[in-house]
Design a protein around this ligand. Structure first.
Ligand code: SF4
Length: 324
């Protein structure tokens, strides 16, 4: 673990059993996350990208123990949270929170905004007395661009963007050091997306929060992230500084993803790389390099030899035999 790491994930695996028959025998495993390692510094944003089904959402949830990892470790402030349970885990949850793609689904429709945010304060005994509690709730609403007038309303009375602001206020209530953002803007209109992204960036500057930002939209990820990790079939294909990933992608899969991002400058044309076939099943991933069935430059050895994740430049890691 580097001395300044807030989060260190080591060889994390999440394999879901596939059951079959009357006796529900386990006949195979879906390898949703298959040996992922990375670290995150305080106040840093790491973007997680990849096609649907690549394991990025499962990874985000496993990091905050909403899904149980099969093996590996998640060190938060140097402590392995995969070994904790009960009251110990509940108390550590103050440090790491999550915001979701569908804020409506994650907010109790029968609770007012005050009750939703107040519940988070109560669980961790963060406000003593009614005066202190409502002062903190008003302060949290203000910090996400809502007002005290909103406190007595219910989630259905808000727009999608406002509901996401409520979800952010609820996460902020416990003063976390890390927030896992699971596609937090993908269900919102483009103009509202920009407002929420700006809010998250402002909060990061003010409070030094680190984000693990899961998204399929590379343009959004590039904008908000310091570093980006590209996943394919539950494994890391490439991990680097956000600008390096976009300007000089080294893995053929990253190159294909980047080629699909629209460019604003009409002069700077990009050749779209179309990948053949579909993503293989994570129940039975290909041998050798997991990308070899779709890779435009695959060699014979790619079918049998799995490429290691190598550091080809300072902080730039690629899992490809041919990357230089
Ligand atoms: Fe393509 Fe081979 Fe590199 Fe995998 S190791 S990305 S198959 S060239």
């Amino acid at each position: 673990m580097t001395p300044d790491s807030l989060l260190q994930v080591r060889d994390l695996k999440v394999h879901f059993p596939v059951q079959h028959g009357l006796l529900s025998r386990v006949k195979a495993h879906v390898k949703a996350v298959d040996g992922i390692s990375f670290s995150l510094a305080p106040g840093e944003t790491l973007g997680l990208v990849g096609e649907s089904g690549c394991g990025k959402t499962t990874l985000g949830r496993a990091v905050v123990r909403l899904i149980e990892p099969t093996s590996g470790s998640v060190l938060f402030n140097g402590e392995d949270i995969t070994k904790l349970d009960g009251a110990d885990l509940r108390s550590r949850r103050r440090g790491f929170q999550m915001i979701f793609q569908d804020p409506f689904g994650s907010l109790n429709p029968r609770m007012t905004v005050e009750q939703i945010i107040g519940e988070a304060l109560d669980i961790h005994s963060l406000a003593t007395g009614d005066g202190e509690r409502s002062k903190r709730i008003t302060g949290l609403l203000d910090s996400v661009g809502l007002s005290a007038n909103h406190a007595q309303r219910y989630p259905h009375e808000f727009s999608g963007g406002q509901r996401q602001r409520i979800g952010i206020a609820r996460a902020l209530a416990v003063e976390p050091k890390l927030i896992v953002c699971d596609e937090p803007v993908s269900a919102l209109d483009v103009s509202v997306q920009a407002q929420i992204i700006n809010l998250l960036q402002d909060l990061q500057r003010e409070r030094g929060i680190a984000y693990l930002f899961v998204a399929h939209d590379l343009a959004v990820v590039e904008h908000i992230s310091h570093r980006v990790m590209v996943m394919y079939l539950g494994q890391v294909a490439e991990l680097a500084d956000a600008k390096a990933i976009v300007r000089e992608p080294k893995h053929p899969y990253t190159q294909a993803l980047i080629s699909a991002v629209p460019v604003v400058d009409p002069e700077a044309k990009r050749q779209r790389i179309m990948l053949p076939g579909d993503v293989p099943s994570p129940i039975d991933p290909p041998s050798g390099c997991p990308f070899h069935t779709r890779c435009p430059i695959a060699e014979p050895r790619c079918h049998s030899e799995k490429p290691a994740l190598r550091e080809i430049a300072a902080g730039h890691f690629v899992a490809c035999h041919l990357a230089r």
